[in-house]
Design a protein around this ligand. Structure first.
Ligand code: BES
Ligand code: MN
Ligand code: ZN
Length: 488
């Protein structure tokens, strides 16, 4: 994607198409179109959020203008803008166009740098398509964005656009990985991609195989991996590796390349969606890419345990007891509660960095899908400050979170008769007991768990979300890390 900043006045700008956001109620609009578009058209256009209308100006050198509604001025947020840009760009690509111009919309409370970042994010994310496995691309790709700024806003716009492009392209990387089926993305292939991305952006990368995991005593992930012919991998990515002067932040992502449920196999219907069970891993790679390309002044570590969960003669069985790297023994009540097992060892591994905070991203529980549906992640944490910081990042990015309690009263649900803990605490409070299980391995540092189940694959296209892999959580955790870097 080529993003350039121009300072040409709109009336003399040459472009096949311009995207303009409009309020439904304001006298002063985010883009001044009066000379280009008939007053009657502007009066008729209701500008409801994400409503669009394509008009053909009679004067000037802009061939088309896509009007996109922003709704009422008072309720227009960064996410409204991002959604509008994402909706508008699909009108452009559906017209078969690959280049567009977009002025910095003027919205109260949003500065030019934020506006540039947000517009570029919306445009790149909204025009995303997954073409890797198609013989012919199914849709027009967007190749060129001209962001129209003023001489006064040019520097800020340049900065914001560059950041927006980095962040959005990282989200697209995560989306690609979530969309790839399990036969195109084994643990080995995922580890190879992580190493390739790491080399491209300058991250330190290390990949542990099963023998090295055995040496570390990672009995929980190895238990899950037993049923798969594919070797499990444990990927470690580091930005600013070895900089002990910088505070360490660790991101952990669940990398189940395919979750069949194991011996306690899932029902047939919809099982294919479990190709997305490595979305936390994909997010983590994307977040580390952001940390590198945004040059965050932090030591950021990404831990990505990867394996498949399959039934087999060698597979782990209900009733088995696994000894985790921490020494905690785990009674396997369900072979389908595998995510928390692989995360347990990753959280134990995180200790060696003496982290300021650890955040994990995981498609952990069906209960989270039932509780929050497709548009909010569950947030569970042992630290109120970290909770607050993640909520603030959610408000900025539109990747919403809803806090659930890590209430000690529920702890007894995972007490085991024969081992230290069980990997399931029954159906009630399923997302909470999943969080409490992980919390047993995260006692030594501030930690937050984001259960992104149901958020990783979207059932529909809307705003900047495209049907399929979403990359949900990448922008959220990146914004949180940026905030940590800013007030370090
Ligand atoms: N990967 C699933 C959770 C999931 C469900 C993700 C739907 C995305 C969409 C997870 O490994 C799982 O199977 N969880 C079980 C846990 C249960 C056995 C305690 C579940 O939620 O049913
Ligand atoms: Mn499962
Ligand atoms: Zn799973």
């Amino acid at each position: 994607m080529q993003v350039s900043i121009v300072t040409t006045a709109i009336k003399s700008l040459k472009s096949p198409v311009l995207i303009a956001g409009l309020f439904s109620d304001a006298v002063t609009q985010p883009v001044n179109l009066e000379t280009l578009v008939d007053a009657a058209i502007l009066a008729d256009f209701k500008a409801k959020p994400c409503q669009t209308l394509t008009v053909y100006p009679k004067t000037g050198s802009i061939e088309r203008i896509v009007l996109v509604g922003l709704g009422e001025q008072a309720s227009c947020t960064l996410d409204t803008v991002r959604c509008a840009a994402g909706t508008g760009v699909r009108v452009v690509t559906e017209l078969g166009l690959s280049a567009l111009a977009i002025p910095l919309w003027k919205v109260a409370g949003i500065d030019p740098q934020q506006m540039a970042q947000t517009l570029v994010e919306g445009l790149i994310l909204g025009s995303y398509t997954f073409n890797e496995l198609k013989s012919e691309p199914k849709t027009q790709a967007l190749a060129e964005i001209s962001l129209v700024a003023t001489t006064a806003s040019k520097a800020a716009a340049t900065h914001g656009a560059a950041e927006g492009q980095i962040i959005a392209e990282s989200v697209c990387l995560a989306r690609n990985l979530s969309n790839l089926p399990a036969n195109y993305l084994t643990p080995t292939m995922l580890a190879d991609i992580a190493e390739r991305v790491a080399a491209e952006v300058g991250l330190r990368a290390e990949v542990l195989g099963e023998a090295q995991m055995a040496e570390l005593g990672m009995g929980a992930i190895l238990g899950v991996a037993q049923g798969s012919d594919e070797e499990a991998k444990f990927v470690i990515l580091e930005h600013n590796a070895g900089r002990s002067d910088l505070p360490a932040y660790v991101v952990v992502g669940k990398g189940i390349n395919f979750d069949s449920g194991g011996i306690q196999i899932k029902g047939a219907e919809g099982m294919g969606a479990m190709k997305g069970d490595m979305s936390g891993a994909a997010d983590t790679l994307a977040i580390l890419r952001n940390a590198a390309l945004l040059s965050l002044p932090l030591h950021v570590v990404g831990l990505i345990p990867c394996t498949e969960n399959l039934p087999d003669g060698r597979a782990y069985k209900p009733g088995d007891v696994l000894k985790s790297m921490s020494g905690i023994t785990i009674e396997v009540i369900s072979t389908d509660a595998e995510g928390r097992l692989i995360l347990a060892d990753a959280l134990t591994y995180a200790k060696r960095y003496e982290p300021r905070a650890v955040v994990d991203l995981a498609t952990l529980t069906g209960a989270c899908v039932i509780a929050l549906g497709t548009s909010m992640a569950a947030l569970l944490s042992n630290n109120p400050e970290l909770t607050g910081a993640l909520k603030a990042a959610a408000a900025e990015t539109g990747e919403k979170v809803w806090e659930l309690p890590l209430e000690p009263e529920y702890e007894e649900l995972i007490d085991s008769d024969i081992a230290d803990i069980m990997n399931v605490g029954g159906r009630p409070a399923g997302t909470i007991t999943g969080g409490l299980f992980l919390g047993r391995f995260a006692k030594e540092f501030p930690w937050a768990h984001l259960d992104i189940a149901g958020k990783e694959l979207s059932p529909k296209t809307s705003g900047y979300t495209v049907k399929g892999g979403t990359g949900y959580g990448v922008r959220l955790v990146t914004a949180w890390l940026r905030a940590m870097a800013a007030n370090k």
